[in-house]
Write a protein that binds this ligand. Structure first.
Ligand code: NI
Length: 170
């Protein structure tokens, strides 16, 4: 089921999310819906608060060509970051058509729980590293525009307010 994606500004995109205690049918369904919503958008990552669910769950797939690699990460945590940084032009499904360069650690090790309830750990590089950090930020109420200067951030926020007014009018 495709879910509606919240557009910034929205108070739910600014709040920290709650940890997931166990994998229930509801959580599995949420992960499946989020992947479907992400692929349909299309995007390479999506966090639960973006569909209005305040839980620590992200999905991603950074494979642009070839066999898809859908991932669902519950309670993801960065446990190591490289000193090396890399810059990517980031976008966000909650901030449509706006892109900006953000500098982040080039490589991170992330620990999470998978949909079977098992603990997982992996080192991410390249686009995957940027994506996983961007999505984990969402779980802490942080958006990529929070890394930009106040003027750029305000300009993007105003554009989004205008877009939301237009969408509300239909
Ligand atoms: Ni995003």
């Amino acid at each position: 089921m495709i879910r509606d994606i919240l557009i910034h500004p929205d108070p739910r995109l600014k709040k920290p999310c709650d940890p997931i205690a166990e994998v229930t049918a509801e959580i599995s369904k949420l992960a499946a819906d989020m992947l479907e919503t992400m692929y349909e958008a299309p995007g390479i990552g999506l966090a639960a608060p973006q569909v209005g669910v305040m839980k620590r769950l992200i999905v991603m797939d950074c494979i642009k060509q070839g066999t898809p690699e859908p991932m669902a990460l519950l309670n993801p945590e960065v446990i190591w970051s490289s000193e090396d940084q890399s810059t990517y032009e980031e976008g966000c499904l909650s901030i449509p058509d706006q892109y900006a360069e953000v500098k982040r650690p080039a490589s991170v090790t992330v620990r999470w729980m998978d949909l079977t309830g098992a603990a997982q750990e992996r080192q991410f590089e390249g686009l995957w590293a940027t994506c996983v950090q961007h999505e984990i930020d969402h779980l802490n109420g942080k958006l990529f525009i929070d890394y930009l200067g106040p003027l750029k951030r305000q300009m993007i926020t105003r554009k989004m307010e205008k877009l939301k007014r237009e969408m509300a009018r239909g």
